[in-house]
Design a protein around this ligand. Structure first.
Ligand SMILES: NC(=O)c1ccc[n+]([C@@H]2O[C@H](COP(=O)([O-])OP(=O)(O)OC[C@H]3O[C@@H](n4cnc5c(N)ncnc54)[C@H](OP(=O)(O)O)[C@@H]3O)[C@@H](O)[C@H]2O)c1
Length: 279
């Protein structure tokens, strides 16, 4: 029950109505009898600063940010956790004695999801579509593990910046997302990560690439989950964005509560809500 002293967590983004984070967090808060609540707020780009000030004023006990705020929020925070500065995007904010501190749990959440499918992202050939907040986190994480990464983005300059800023030992190339650039790399890709809001099946069709070309890729990992996953014929299959969602949420929980997250309970809460497992 929400009471006078309930501690509040939130999500800021646009759009957020589809978000499953409130389901995950509120279910476990209730199951574990934690006096906490999690709310999603639709916040446009020009209102983010006000929303961050509101979190400070109202004493929110940590919050998440999603599209399109992961980069722009940085200048509104007091500090970044070690390693987050280089990533250049934040998805989790903790309230501490030293102010609001930004973290990014997307990269580690994605790697944990990949490992749960038996994919070890080390020394692999990975194509990343998009160069926004989520792509930034994943590219930096993969680069640490010596992966060979190709970034393809609609806006070339953002792909270039991301490639230039990655510091890991992995090789990085970039290009503008288009029919030729994507089609030409499909034949020797271990993992295609789609960090745009458009599902791979739609993107491939918009670029007029025959969908059968995707069968040369081992795994396809669409991060967006606002619509039911549209299957593509990847050789080994598709990684569910919901597996990443639960993993990055568990990492946020650990940052906010400073204790091990009840991962199995978080995952089963979402499975129960959806009525089926995604694996
Ligand atoms: N499953 C999870 O746990 C999880 C976690 C994080 C994010 N996500 C999802 O991942 C997606 C990206 O999130 P984000 O925070 O990185 O967003 P973002 O910072 O706004 O970046 C979006 C990226 O997608 C590209 N893009 C947007 N519309 C496009 C289109 N019509 N065609 C081609 N490219 C397009 C943008 O290209 P430009 O640079 O040209 O604008 C940009 O590179 C969202 O759907 C988000 O919900 C899921």
């Amino acid at each position: 029950m929400i009471k006078g002293d309930t501690r509040v967590h939130s999500l800021y983004g646009s759009p957020v109505a589809h978000s499953l984070s409130p389901v995950i967090f509120n279910t476990i808060f209730e199951k574990l009898s934690l006096n906490r609540a999690y709310m999603a707020f639709e916040v446009s780009k020009d209102k983010l600063k006000n929303a961050v000030e509101a979190a400070r004023t109202l004493g929110f006990d940590g919050f998440n940010v999603t599209m399109p705020h992961k980069t722009s929020i940085i200048e509104m925070l007091d500090r970044l956790n070690d390693g987050t500065e280089i990533i250049g995007s934040v998805n989790t904010v903790a309230r501490t004695k030293r102010g609001l501190v930004g973290y990014n749990t997307d990269g580690e959440g994605a790697v944990r999801a990949l490992r749960s499918y038996g994919f070890e992202p080390s020394n692999k050939r990975i194509v990343v579509l998009g160069a926004g907040g989520a792509a930034q986190a994943l590219v930096h994480r993969f680069s640490r593990d010596n992966d060979e990464i190709k970034i393809l983005n609609r806006t070339l300059g953002k792909a270039r910046n991301l490639a230039d800023n990655a510091t890991g030992p992995g090789g990085i190339s970039y290009g503008k997302l288009g029919k030729n650039s994507l089609e030409s790399c499909l034949h020797d890709t271990d993992l295609l990560v789609n960090a745009t809001p458009i599902q791979t099946s739609t993107l491939v069709s918009q670029l007029k690439i025959p969908i059968r070309r995707v069968k040369d890729v081992d795994w396809v990992f669409d991060l967006a989950y606002d619509k039911p996953a549209e299957p593509v014929p990847a050789r080994l299959g598709m990684i569910s964005p919901l597996e990443m969602l639960v993993n990055q949420a568990a990492l946020s929980y650990e940052i906010w509560l400073n204790k091990t997250a009840p991962f199995a309970l978080m995952r089963s809460s979402l499975v129960d809500y959806l009525g089926e497992d995604w694996k």
